[in-house]
Design a protein around this ligand. Structure first.
Ligand SMILES: CC(C)(COP(=O)(O)OP(=O)(O)OC[C@H]1O[C@@H](n2cnc3c(N)ncnc32)[C@H](O)[C@@H]1OP(=O)(O)O)[C@@H](O)C(=O)NCCC(=O)NCCS
Length: 200
């Protein structure tokens, strides 16, 4: 699949499209992440913390995509990026069926079904890569995200106490996951090797 492939229209906004990102999108992705990090406390990174050049980020994307360790789907409104979801997995064979995910959408575009569409598109891609478990962590006060995850079949599996430190206060993280299959190895997940992922 080319990085420019359009996977689907997203949500209730016909102008929004979802496509797979690639190394050439590094600068666009960094700008989008910086905006989202500045708009909400619910992401992993603090505003301005990403602090990576487009060249370095593009190289990370190339390496991780080359090893099928990472992907990002971009939601674009009229061609402008408004949201993303990424998937990342470790290199050990015993956890190669597990995909960690992270997503974020510009505040201006919340509540239009884009999050739901990004999650569905990522799940579809994950299934085709032989992934059978999707997992994520979410702050307990992030009710919008938790409601969305629950509607899509994610279940709360536990709580990482004091998992994050935000504005000098510890915050728990809820661990949520969705099983795509009950069991069974997939040839697509065998033989993965470790490499640093671009991050989430
Ligand atoms: C969380 C986030 C990804 C959701 O994306 P979105 O495009 O706004 O979500 P959608 O419009 O697809 O769906 C939101 C769903 O939650 C529901 N919802 C919205 N606000 C809610 C609330 N306060 N409580 C409960 N449910 C809520 C909506 O009704 C909708 O359900 P529906 O599809 O059945 O109508 C987005 O708001 C975001 O980027 N937030 C900031 C970053 C973030 O929190 N990322 C996730 C970190 S784990």
């Amino acid at each position: 699949m080319s990085h420019a492939s359009v996977l689907s229209p997203a949500g209730s906004t016909p102008d929004v499209r979802i496509r797979l990102a690639g190394p050439v999108d590094a600068a666009v992705i960094i700008a989008l992440l910086d905006r989202i990090h500045g708009e909400t406390p619910f992401m992993l990174y603090e505003p301005g913390e990403l602090n990576v050049s487009a060249e370095v980020y593009a190289a990370r994307i190339s390496e991780s995509m080359g090893k099928a360790r990472w992907f990002m789907l971009l939601a674009e409104d009229g061609g402008a990026p408004v949201g993303f979801i990424n998937g990342f997995r470790g290199g050990a064979r015993r956890t190669a069926h597990v995909l960690g995910i992270g997503l974020g959408i510009l505040r201006s575009h919340w509540g239009r079904g884009i999050g739901r569409s990004l999650l569905a598109a990522a799940e579809d891609l994950a299934r085709r890569q032989g992934i059978s478990r999707l997992e994520l962590s979410v702050q307990p006060t992030n009710r919008r995200a938790i409601a969305l995850y629950e509607k899509l079949g994610y279940r709360h599996e536990g709580t990482k106490r004091n998992g994050q430190l935000i504005d000098s206060r510890f915050v728990d993280e809820h661990l949520m996951a969705k099983l795509l299959a009950d069991d069974g190895p997939s040839p697509a997940t065998a033989g993965a090797s470790p490499a640093p992922a671009p991050g989430r």
